[in-house]
Design a protein around this ligand. Structure first.
Ligand SMILES: Nc1nc2c(c(=O)[nH]1)N[C@H]1C(S)=C(S)[C@@H](COP(=O)(O)OP(=O)(O)OC[C@H]3O[C@@H](n4cnc5c(=O)[nH]c(N)nc54)[C@H](O)[C@@H]3O)O[C@H]1N2
Ligand SMILES: Nc1nc2c(c(=O)[nH]1)N[C@H]1C(S)=C(S)[C@@H](COP(=O)(O)OP(=O)(O)OC[C@H]3O[C@@H](n4cnc5c(=O)[nH]c(N)nc54)[C@H](O)[C@@H]3O)O[C@H]1N2
Ligand code: SF4
Ligand SMILES: [Mo]
Length: 728
């Protein structure tokens, strides 16, 4: 029986008449999918496809990658540099020369008047690595401000800080191939199927070949939680307590890998002492996971021949973010699960090139994972760049979150924002707005002219995007991959690489510092600086090798592994600490989050959905992405909604101690009755409510823990507010 299909016409995918495919890497998330862009006979871009021979994605792409070629001529792109002398005066188009001269002059004026560090620079995880390296050289060797950081402070800072504390150096030790070897996977605060769909697909493929337990720790019943064998709906912000209780069980039942601990770590006795306070009986009341489940999960993890942990923002974006990462590392060190196949601590990175900025931008240090605090490394870089060592600061300056606080206090007077949109992405919008209004000079360098932060800019520099440029990204598993230049920059926009080089000419008298004029030239410098590094050695890579291999992992040392690099770090148990041993660091929990109370009875949780990327400057303009969720909304439990008289798809007003927001209610059991979840993609929405307390080590904001109340609202009025916020 064919159920009436007999006479239906088969689906035909029209031949798009692609004449040539060009090699690139996706420019959204850090999965690092290889994408080919299809051109027709007139060299027009008509489609994209996943590269079948790329190990990362093996021909697959998610919705964002599939539609990425629609970006190039999407609405709101910047066409000309713009300039204005006063806040809120109309912008006037200007030439590149005038825009750059004026910007350089203003930066210099501020530095002369208030000191070098009074001008701050905040960049991103979304440029190409060669651009990061060039910006770093411009800032460290020429402009000379120490208040230079990236939006990665909102994103990966806790992972970086945790890796440094445990292993002596940043850099995820594992890779996607670990899924093929592990016997137990625990995911903390990561919604992999939506936020890293192709990594999730790799995991699912491994699970289909060989079943192993999947444990997901998330206060929401996410898509990932629904696919898990065990879901632990943790009380927000208490992952450290859960892990301590697991360690209690592991040590109590002697399930640790004692010989690994003795051979390769420091600090075991202190952990042993501290976790005594976290027996599952008491810990269950703090972390919300019952004691039996804690015991089951601890045994499962410790007894597995190899076990791995992955995590993302549920851990990093917390006042215990860095401690959470350290404790995940503790769990893996104590069970002997670092540097072995299927046994690892793998942070799932956020932005496409958040890794590249960590490695090469000099944001919190110097290029190639070098530290400002280390005089030998300072000297090395100073000699390489041909500057005085004394020009380099001896310790890192303010992080991004502290830069905004320093604008409030008047310490910082000018700011250059590159590929980041703090008006929408930073906590407590009202505070950010006030800070930006206070600036004497603001440069916004972005692909889109309509990016919200541009309202406060004095100069707008229109940037080229993705395959309008050429260079590398590093993905979650330390794989360097290439984007070939496929088309020229849109209108009169310019590549970030070009912009940094032009700016350098204005800060580099008699060209003392050499700036390569091509991205490949910058890559060659990075290779030289990386030679001999303990882990981050890329000296055997070249653009051609990378394209041929569809991405290469570092370390990739001269003379070895030319086309593969190394899949894992610390395989010999030697870490990057002075003693070579990893640090076991005891973590104590203290409860400092804003909590729901009588006045503000709901936890406010926030994050993402699959079809949108961040502040929607890009996906908000792509119809087939935006159509799924064009309106700001929240997930609310039906029982909670009923008590409040809130119906499905009606608008509500949320109020926190910071401000208010209007969203549409989506009734779903995905969230518990005492929590709402709001995707952060919308302007003037969830970040009007968030508090963003900072992690003491990483300075990353706790985006995921705040308290709100919910009130009914006039529906017509609310609909008008929301219409104004639509991108389309
Ligand atoms: N589609 C899409 N993909 C993206 C992005 C995007 O914008 N859109 N952005 C990229 C970037 S930059 C990043 S950083 C990643 C983020 O990737 P993810 O971190 O996976 O995404 P989020 O939705 O921010 O948060 C993940 C989960 O953390 C949970 N969570 C909240 N509080 C806690 C807690 O206290 N403990 C635990 N264990 N979990 C908690 C939330 O309920 C949420 O489901 O995604 C990347 N990929
Ligand atoms: N409440 C809440 N807030 C959050 C989060 C959360 O989970 N909850 N997550 C946080 C996280 S993890 C992150 S990473 C941040 C992201 O926060 P942002 O970085 O501020 O957000 P984006 O929208 O990615 O902004 C990047 C900008 O760069 C532009 N751009 C893209 N490519 C290029 C390029 O090649 N050159 C130039 N010059 N510009 C380019 C884009 O148009 C866009 O305007 O948000 C954080 N904010
Ligand atoms: S999974 Fe990430 S890298 Fe891959 S296509 Fe989707 S957004 Fe791009
Ligand atoms: Mo992120």
């Amino acid at each position: 029986m064919l159920f009436g299909r007999k006479n239906r016409k088969p689906i035909i995918i029209p031949d798009k008449k692609v004449k040539a495919w060009k090699y690139t890497t996706c420019n959204y998330c850090s999965t690092g999918c290889s994408i080919e862009i299809g051109l027709d006979e007139n060299q027009q871009i008509i489609t994209t496809r996943g590269h079948a021979e790329a190990d990362v994605n093996r021909g697959k792409l998610c919705i964002k990658g599939l539609l990425e070629h629609e970006l190039f001529d999407s609405a709101g792109r910047g066409t000309e540099p713009l300039i204005r002398t006063q806040h809120f005066e109309p912008f006037l188009p200007t030439s590149w020369q005038k825009a750059l001269d004026h910007s350089a002059e203003q930066i210099k004026n501020i530095q002369i008047k208030y000191g070098r560090d009074a001008f701050a620079i905040v960049s991103t995880g979304q440029l190409l690595t060669e651009e990061f390296y060039t910006l770093g050289k411009l800032v460290r060797a020429c402009i000379g401000t120490n208040n230079y950081d990236g939006n990665t402070t909102l994103c990966m800072a806790s992972a970086v800080s945790g890796y440094k504390r445990s292993f002596g150096l940043d850099g995820p030790p594992g890779c996607y191939d670990d899924f093929e070897h592990t016997h137990c996977l625990m995911a903390f605060g990561s919604n992999l199927p939506e936020q890293h769909p192709i990594i999730y697909w790799r995991l699912k493929e491994a699970l289909e070949k060989r079943k192993f337990p999947l444990i997901v720790v998330d206060p929401r019943v996410t898509m990932f939680a629904q696919f898990a064998d065990i879901h632990l709906p943790i009380t927000p912000g208490t992952d450290c307590v859960l892990i301590n209780a697991m360690l209690y069980v592991i040590l109590d039942e002697n399930l640790q890998d004692q010989s690994y601990i003795e051979a390769n770590t420091h600090g075991f006795d202190e952990i042993k002492r501290v976790v005594q306070d976290y027996d599952p009986k008491s810990a269950q009341h703090i972390c919300g996971i019952d004691e039996d489940t804690i015991r089951t999960v601890a045994r499962l993890y410790a007894k597995a021949p190899s076990a791995m942990s992955i995590w993302t923002m549920g851990i990093n974006q917390s006042t215990h973010g860095s401690d959470g990462v350290v404790n995940i590392n503790n769990l893996n060190l104590i069970t002997g699960n670092i540097g072995k196949k299927g046994g690892t601590s793998l942070s799932i990175t956020g932005q496409c090139n958040a890794m590249g900025t960590r490695e090469w931008s000099s944001c919190s240090g110097l290029p190639g994972y070098r530290y400002l605090e280390n005089s030998t490394e300072r000297k090395e870089v100073a000699n390489f760049w041909r500057i005085e060592e004394s020009f380099l600061p001896k310790k890192r300056g303010l992080s991004q979150t502290d830069i905004f606080a320093a604008i409030e206090t008047g310490e910082i007077k000018g700011l250059w924002l590159i590929a980041t949109n703090p008006m929408t992405s930073m906590p407590n919008t009202a505070r950010i707005r006030k800070a930006l209004e206070k600036l004497e000079f603001l440069i916004v360098q972005d692909v889109y002219q309509d990016v919200e932060t541009n309202q406060y800019a004095h100069v707008y520099l229109p940037a080229a995007v993705w395959a309008e440029k050429e260079g590398c990204h590093t993905n979650t598993e330390r794989r360097v991959n290439l984007t070939r230049n496929v088309l020229p920059p849109f209108a009169n926009s310019k590549t970030d690489f070009w912009i940094f080089n032009q700016m350098a000419e204005r800060f580099n008298p008699s060209n003392k510092v050499a700036f390569p004029q091509t991205p490949e030239g910058a890559f060659e410098e990075m290779k030289q600086l990386s030679k001999g590094h303990k882990t981050l050695d890329i000296s055997a890579m070249s653009y051609d090798n990378i394209e041929k291999a569809r991405g290469i992992q570092w370390p990739c040392r001269e003379g070895e592994h030319h086309l593969t690099g190394e899949a894992r770090l610390y395989t010999n148990g030697v870490f990057a600490t002075p003693s070579g041993k990893a640090n076991l660091i005891a973590i104590n929990f203290f409860n400092n989050n804003e909590q729901p109370c009588q006045q503000y009875p709901f936890w406010l949780n926030s994050g993402r959905v699959v079809e949108h990327f961040h502040t929607r400057t890009r996906t908000g303009k792509i119809g087939n992405c935006n159509k799924f969720s064009p309106t700001p909304y929240m997930e609310i439990n039906p029982d909670a909604a009923q008590k409040l008289g809130v119906t499905h798809q009606s608008y509500v007003r949320l109020v926190s101690r910071r401000g208010d927001a209007v969203v549409m209610a989506q009734l779903t059991h995905r969230v518990p009755p005492n929590m709402v979840f709001i995707p952060f993609h919308y302007h003037d929405c969830v970040n009007r409510l968030t508090l963003g307390l900072l992690d003491p080590h990483s300075r990353q904001p706790a985006f995921k823990q705040a308290a709100v109340k919910i009130t009914a609202i006039d529906q017509k009025h609310a609909a008008t507010i929301n219409l104004q916020r639509r991108r389309f």
